[in-house]
Ligand binder design. Structure first.
Ligand code: M6R
Length: 607
């Protein structure tokens, strides 16, 4: 969602801030702004809309070496220039950028108004600036600490004060904030993407930590002002990993990365000799894993769809009862925590509020929750009781693609471990590994025929509604295909079990509502063919994703996307790739902003 960048050092801060904001665009935003120091006082420039609107009004000559910047995704107060960050106090000497939500801001605002403070925006954030003003007695850090003690809610924030031209104060509670350490310069940011072109040395702040940063150093304290020692981490990825390179959109780049990202997720985690997997981060012994009687997976959006596939696989292969639940639902239904149930929180960003809060609620009730995350050092990764990084590399496009297949990879390896501890034979384990390790090459094969998908996307993208239909492991893949299409092309799409449509959705079928069927050559193949015939006989157009040379499918479908043959368990990988391309090409043809679709944010850090 919102993005933060702060800089103090020798460079022209406006350049660093604008570059950082550019790299934060992917998070989703509707206005942006910067504040930089200058001999005449703060220069604050903010504007609604895309960053180019802000760039068009920033003076060419950059001023100041200290500054803060922000991309805002509106929550409290409309999308206006006045509501864009940074926000200032009455004196104009204190400036702040903030991610998160201040829950008691209305009370505080009323109290501050009674004391004579005047407000220029409708935001909750501005309250923080005025609170710091009322607490300020010459020491900025102390004023911030005192103000924070009065706040209820979540924040990642950075503050600057005109009387402290070399100082930034950052604080975190529920919204990520990291510190970047440079040579005679320091950065504060909501994520590494903003600062990666300057430094790879970072410090992840924890909730309840406040840091005071100068160009040459930093001091971290907790909310009681006790000093906190911090370790320096090195960001795993090079700056290029955060760039589009030769691709027009991050989404396309990330789709094409999948043969490599899946491979990376398997590296060092497959034991050919024992025909099992190895996931050290689980922090569980084989004895503990054997005691697991049920697996529950919590997640949102695409990660939830990966969880649905994983639950089916676990039941099928490891014979453990398993199900996936939408994180935002589990949290508020007072879930029963059973002994010997193992929970997973799947999240690309590791910051999704719905998933994080659900995880905390489960942990509070005594559950062991393992995290399946992509972003290293993210909150879910740190607060979970163990887990696995999926190593898919930075995912910048709002539409999740490579994270999905990497999440599957991690959960497939976990399933292998669980199955081999139970009833799966050595031979079956070896066969499963052979099939799983063959997936990247099969995906490469799909890449060779994407022009066909482009043609199909162009043919159907002017339709108003789409059905995605699959069965078994591919039913969640159908849901994922529908999500992908709707979020970036804005075509209405729904995913259903192919068998279920005759119980209702078939009423929607006509020549203007195409159905996309996922047709693997597994035991449900003939059943799906029957479902296709039901649609066909009602005049519906059919696109099928099917294995090469499936004549039965070719005889019914209007258009076919062919994928390589595989074992039935591997089709979720192979089926999802064409659906990602279909959504991409449809959005492209319709002139959509592929990487930053309407109203969406990459990491949804509010409930
Ligand atoms: O970072 P997470 O995996 O927790 O994010 C969950 C969803 O917000 C995310 O998958 C969302 O649905 C994507 N935009 C889908 O492409």
């Amino acid at each position: 969602m919102c993005g933060i960048i702060g800089y103090c050092g020798k460079k022209a801060s406006s350049e660093v801030l604008l570059e950082g904001l550019k790299r934060l665009e992917y998070r989703g935003y509707d206005s942006s702004g910067i504040c930089v120091d200058s001999p005449e006082g703060f220069k604050i420039i903010k504007k609604t809309g895309k960053l180019k609107n802000l760039l068009s009004i920033v003076p060419e000559r950059p001023f100041g070496h200290n500054g803060i910047g922000h991309t805002r995704w509106a929550t409290h107060g409309g999308v206006t220039d006045a509501n864009a960050h940074p926000h200032t106090d009455c004196t104009g000497k204190i400036s702040i950028v903030h991610n998160g939500i201040i829950e008691n801001y209305e009370t505080l605002r009323r109290l501050l108004k009674e004391k004579g403070h005047t407000f220029k925006s409708d935001t909750d954030t501005e309250v923080i600036a005025h609170l710091i003003e009322s607490c300020y007695k010459g020491n900025l850090t102390k004023a911030v600490l005192e103000a924070l003690s009065l706040l209820k809610g979540t924040y990642g924030l950075v503050v600057m004060h005109q009387d402290h031209p070399d100082v930034l104060v950052g604080a975190r509670n529920g919204s990520p904030l990291i510190m970047g350490i440079g040579d005679g310069e320091m950065f504060l940011a909501s994520d590494a993407a903003a600062i990666i072109s300057y430094t790879k040395q970072v410090i992840y702040l924890k909730d309840g930590e406040v840091v005071t940063v100068t160009p040459d150093g930093f001091q971290t304290v907790d909310l009681d002002e006790k000093a906190v020692e911090k370790d320096i981490d090195v960001v795993e990825w090079e700056a290029e990993a955060y760039e589009k390179g030769k691709y027009p959109y991050f989404m396309l780049k990330e789709i094409y990365e999948q043969s490599k990202s899946i491979q990376r997720g398997m590296n060092g985690r497959i034991d050919m000799e024992l025909a099992t997997g190895h996931l050290g981060g689980l922090n569980m012994t084989p004895e503990e894993l054997l005691k697991v009687e049920r697996v529950v997976i919590i997640a949102a959006g695409t990660s939830y769809h990966a969880g649905l596939v994983a639950a089916l696989l676990l039941e099928n292969l490891a014979r453990i009862p398993a199900h996936a639940e939408i994180a935002s639902e589990i949290r508020y239904r007072n879930p029963i925590i059973e002994k010997n149930t193992l929970y997973f929180a799947i999240s690309q960003s590791g910051e999704t509020a719905d998933t994080l809060y659900a995880m905390r609620e489960l942990q509070r009730k005594g559950a062991r929750v393992l995290g399946i995350c992509n972003v290293v050092g993210s909150t879910i990764a740190r607060e979970s009781d163990g887990g696995v990084y999926i190593h898919s590399g930075p995912e910048i496009a709002v539409a999740s693609t490579k994270a999905f297949t990497s999440q599957l990879t991690a959960m497939y390896i976990f399933t292998l471990i669980m199955a081999r501890l139970r009833s799966m034979s050595y031979e079956d384990g070896s066969e499963f590994i052979k099939e799983l390790t063959a997936v990247p090459a099969k995906i490469e094969k799909i890449f060779r025929n994407v022009e066909n998908i482009n043609i199909i996307a162009k043919k159907y993208c002017h339709t108003e509604s789409f059905l995605f239909l699959g069965r078994g492991l591919n039913y969640p893949v159908a849901m994922e295909g529908a999500l992908k299409l709707k979020e970036i092309s804005y075509i209405h799409a729904e995913g259903f079990s192919a068998a279920e449509i005759k119980h209702g959705p078939i009423a929607l079928i006509n020549e203007r509502t195409p159905s996309l069927f996922l047709v693997p050559d597994d035991r449900l193949h003939d059943k799906i063919i029957s479902n296709m015939k039901e649609v066909k006989s009602r005049g519906g157009k059919i696109i099928a994703v099917a294995v090469e040379n499936d004549e039965a499918v070719k005889g019914i479908a209007d258009d076919v996307i062919e994928i390589p043959r595989a074992s039935e368990y591997m089709y979720p990988f192979l089926m999802s790739i064409p659906l990602q391309f279909l959504a991409y090409y449809a959005a492209l043809e319709l002139g959509r902003d592929v990487d930053q679709p309407n109203n969406l944010a990459k990491s949804v850090t509010v409930e």
